[in-house]
Design a binder for this molecule. Structure first.
Ligand SMILES: [Zn+2]
Length: 83
């Protein structure tokens, strides 16, 4: 049995609301949001991780392309100086 904190009426354990005054019983209310919040947090962490890894990969690609461009420029100048 669950005693209603508002009016003291003894409700059944399955009842989410007090059958006497309609008060929301605390245990059933706290039980519901906890499993809902945890997967949302896990998804947010996984999405931020994938975003940072994507940014790292794109940064590496930009650096490699710049390096190849500079190397090609100096190689072209070296070949022209040889000719
Ligand atoms: Zn009540």
């Amino acid at each position: 049995m669950r005693k209603c904190p508002e009016c003291g009426f003894e409700n059944r354990d399955r009842n989410k609301f007090c059958t006497h005054c309609g008060y929301v019983l605390e245990v059933s209310e706290e039980y519901a949001p906890q499993p809902k919040l945890e997967p949302i947090k896990a998804n947010q962490i996984s999405t931020t991780k994938s975003k940072t890894s994507g940014q790292e990969i794109s940064a590496i690609i930009v650096i490699v392309l710049l390096f190849i461009g500079i190397a090609a420029y100096f190689l072209g100048e070296y070949i022209q100086s040889l000719l």
